[in-house]
Ligand binder design. Structure first.
Ligand SMILES: C[S@@+](CC[C@H](N)C(=O)[O-])C[C@H]1O[C@@H](n2cnc3c(N)ncnc32)[C@H](O)[C@@H]1O
Length: 305
């Protein structure tokens, strides 16, 4: 009999695809906007992307869904969908536009972004090539403004690169138009997680509950004011959404040693709080490799930490 250690481990692509879509209201739109979508419509949308809802939580400002592969956030005027694995996030775009049109809502700002994949060869088309992804997006969103723009950020020789496509009919993303100093968003991507820390995200003998995992791993301390909806997968894997006013946070962990990955996203952050938050994330994760994507109304710097 083969020992467990030589059994092949399935690879899981933790690195997420992310879509942030904003819509303008028409004369016939309801005040709830996108939040008027029925659960069946959201399920159908996620089916297009090849994922499903495992948990949901709402507050006055938005609905947050933990998915089989990452998260969905629905506000009246915007939606953020993050999916990982070999999901087909872009396949949901046509249905999203149709659903919004049924609410008399028109797309005003779209941003698609993703880091480099850990296992790019495992991805289905169009994710095999950023050019293919951009061609798909242009076919559906290229009519916005003067057409979309695509960027690849980061060092071409070393490590992770950030792929970003934006299409907008009003010049700037909404964060630039909102009158708030808490308009910074950060995404931290980590690979090569510390094995001891990663072991906390397995449903082993010591597993008690997802809530206990959130507390024991220090995630609750990272986001003390957030209402946290968490889920621990079988046999391993962790996802959470945090709700705090109109800001969301979301953390996902793939703890398998062969493909370990974790992401932490925080929105609605003030500039002066960014560095301290990232330092806390680094300290609690002990990952060997940490990349930060930080964007705000006036800048989108990318750096290695
Ligand atoms: C929690 S999800 C989140 C991935 C995320 N994007 C990240 O940052 O790592 C992936 C983890 O859950 C595990 N998992 C268990 N069951 C799963 C399922 N049905 N769908 C997706 N992932 C599952 C995967 O093996 C992996 O460890």
């Amino acid at each position: 009999m083969e020992s467990e250690s030589v059994l092949p481990c399935p690879l899981f692509e933790g690195s997420e695809k992310r879509l942030a879509a904003e819509f303008s209201f028409g004369a016939a739109s309801r005040v709830e906007g996108l939040r008027a979508l029925r659960r069946g419509q959201i399920d159908a949308l996620l089916h297009q992307a090849a994922c499903c809802i495992v948990s949901c939580r709402s507050n006055e400002e938005f609905d947050a869904y933990v998915l089989s592969e990452s998260s969905l956030f629905v506000y009246p005027d915007r939606l953020v969908l993050k999916t990982c694995g070999t999901t087909a996030l872009l396949a949901a775009v046509p249905m999203l536009l149709d659903l919004a049109a049924s609410l008399d809502m028109r797309p005003s700002n779209f941003k698609y972004s993703r880091a480099s994949f850990l296992f790019p060869e495992k991805q289905p088309d169009p994710y095999l090539s950023f050019e293919h992804e951009v061609a798909f997006l242009e076919a559906h969103l290229g009519h916005l403004g003067g057409g979309g723009n695509a960027y690849v950020l980061g060092d071409a020789l070393h490590g992770l690169r950030w792929h970003v496509y934006v299409a907008s009919d009003c010049g700037w993303p909404a964060a630039a138009r909102r009158d708030s100093s808490a308009d910074h968003s950060i995404e931290v991507c980590m690979t090569d997680l510390c094995p001891v820390k990663a072991a906390q995200f397995f449903r082993g003998d010591t597993f008690v509950s997802a809530r206990r995992t959130t507390a024991n791993t220090g995630i609750a301390d990272l986001l003390p004011a957030a209402d946290i909806d968490e889920y621990v997968f079988e046999p391993c894997g962790y996802s959470m959404n945090g709700l705090q006013g109109d800001a969301f946070s979301t953390i996902h962990v793939t703890p398998e040693a062969i493909c370990s990955y974790a992401s932490v996203e925080l929105t609605g952050c003030a500039q002066e709080d960014v560095a301290a938050f990232v330092a806390k994330v680094r300290c609690s994760s002990c990952a060997s490799c940490v990349k930060l994507f930080h964007y705000s109304a006036c800048s989108a710097p990318f750096c290695n930490l």
